[in-house]
Write a protein that binds this ligand. Sequence first.
Ligand SMILES: Nc1ncnc2c1ncn2[C@@H]1O[C@H](COP(=O)(O)OP(=O)(O)O)[C@@H](O)[C@H]1O
Ligand SMILES: [Mg+2]
Length: 306
Amino acid sequence: MPPLLERVGLVVDRIDWHARELMAALRVRGIETVPVRLPRCGFATQTASGLHIDGFNDTLPDAVIVRTMSGGTFEAVTLRLGVLHALRELGVPVWNDARAIERCVDKSMTSFLLSRAGIATPATWATESYEEARAIVQRAAADGPLVLKPLFGSQGRGLMLIRRPEDLPQTEQAAGRVFYLQRFIGAERGGYHDFRVLVVQGRIVAAMQRHSSHWITNIKRGGRPVAVAVNDELKALALRAAKAVGAAFVGVDIIYGADMRPAVLEVNSMPAWSGLQKVTAVNIASVFADCFLEGVGIRNTQGATA
Ligand SMILES: Nc1ncnc2c1ncn2[C@@H]1O[C@H](COP(=O)(O)OP(=O)(O)O)[C@@H](O)[C@H]1O
Ligand SMILES: [Mg+2]
């Protein structure tokens, strides 16, 4: 069989363990993976595609995986997302699509979509107004604390418990000068626990529980990954959350609240999985590669499965 020429663009900031895992998984399936640095991509309306994609000269990738996308100025991020939007407009499958990335990076939009879809998620407010944030806390804190999160946060950075209006930072000190407030629903049960469920193309690929002595359970903040078999309720919740944001693959954070019912905390459109891999038997990158190639309609030359 002649070698296939399919080339997948892998959007990364750096070639880390995840990128190497994905590249290796695609390589054994006969696919060449080219790292793409979004800051080196852009528009060029005189070219055939109107786009310049890092590493592809005047051609386009057959499909794209967005592994990471770093922050930047509003203009830089708009340009980077614009390139991903344009790829979709040109018919290049992009995982995740820029629309799904936008919905997940903006935690308030995720909260809105989850709750509109009837998916259990803690009550959430988002406002630019310090006065409004104070009023929200004043009203809501009678029923327990709230969590203030950076709207574009990740890895458990910058979260604060808010028990009274005075706990709120001034607008200048608030991340991005906006207030994203969520009802705190955590419960101490010999430490704090929540779940991370990895969904790819409507399939539960892996899941773990995160244990921590702190209420912020992110692995990057010292949370410990623990192998777990997720029940049908959690699976259904994770699948619905992925669908609600329209993403091909997501890491869904789910917690059992004080009322013992599961609720979705957030949906990650660029989830890392090194912690998850430590407690998962299947090779996550392999399963991802199979789902991806099937999903974007690229033939898997090796017919490899996990
Ligand atoms: N509403 C909440 N109630 C209880 N714990 C929460 C809540 N929101 C966040 N946490 C804790 O903080 C962690 C990080 O919050 P998350 O919303 O997932 O943001 P990040 O993008 O930083 O991971 C969660 O995994 C959980 O342990
Ligand atoms: Mg999280």
